[in-house]
Ligand binder design. Structure first.
Ligand SMILES: [Zn+2]
Length: 248
């Protein structure tokens, strides 16, 4: 048998658990899986590539489906940093319209997209996580409330199968961890999907807005950078977020 390399082990702290997660860096095999997933451009392929990589690289039993999306992102950024370098450049294409001389008529000018590639240096272990301060406990009435949870990986997969009109209510319903009254707690795990959706649909609009606000503004890794285009001089405010924006 040929000799093989010993991989170093790293740790990463996610939002949903106290104990750090141990992992090894990607190998060429996993980088290839990720690249293929991202190149396909559709969410289902990206999600399944990520799931594969996490199950390969995480050195302890982990249930990827029930993991919060934000934790998945944090883990991915750590994996990326430890495998491909802690600092890297992401590229952003300038879409500002500039005036140029019309190539078919030198007397005229036309508007054309600048298309300059702007490089953004990123430190992958230092990307801020936003929206971590929202209370999970939301009171709906004197004797009724909900405890919320962050959207999971499984929910991201479910969303890709839904009709556009059903997405919002499904996401909101699936961010409920439990529903409580004065004397009882109903865990959402024990309820049927349609029961949860009905619970949400029966809420008064103002209460629905409260839990929707939590479900749609959950924590995520977000980097905002101000950069001037060196070709056309336009001042850009560039937001990088989500796994696609931090790979390459
Ligand atoms: Zn430009």
């Amino acid at each position: 048998m040929l000799p093989s390399l010993q991989y170093p082990t790293y740790e990463c702290k996610i939002l949903s658990q106290e104990k750090p997660i141990k992992f090894r860096p990607f190998t060429v095999r996993e980088e290839k899986i990720m690249r293929m997933g991202l190149e396909s451009g559709d969410l289902t392929s990206i999600v399944s590539a990520l799931k594969q990589i996490i199950s390969n690289c995480v050195l302890e039993p982990i249930d990827a489906d029930s993991m919060a999306m934000v934790d998945m992102e944090i883990l991915f950024l750590n994996l990326r940093a430890r495998s491909m370098g802690e600092v890297g450049n992401q590229f952003f294409k300038c879409k500002n319209e500039i005036t140029i001389v019309d190539p078919t008529d030198p007397e005229k000018t036309i508007l054309k997209e600048c298309k300059m590639l702007i490089d953004i240096p990123v430190e992958f272990l230092k990307i801020p996580v936003i929206n971590t301060d929202r209370p999970k406990d939301i009171r709906l009435a004197d004797d009724l409330g909900v405890k919320m949870k962050y959207p999971t990986f499984a929910l991201t997969q479910l969303v890709t199968t839904l009709e556009p009109d059903d997405i919002e209510v499904t996401v909101v319903a699936n961010c409920i961890e439990s529903i409580y009254t004065k004397d009882e707690v109903f865990n959402s795990k024990d309820a049927k999907q349609e029961e949860l959706i009905n619970f949400v649909l029966n809420l008064p609009t103002d209460k629905y807005e409260l839990i929707k606000d939590f479900a749609l503004n959950t924590p995520r890794n977000q980097l905002i950078v101000n950069k001037k285009c060196t070709k056309c001089g336009y001042d850009h405010t560039i937001t990088l977020e989500g796994i696609q924006d931090f790979f390459e």
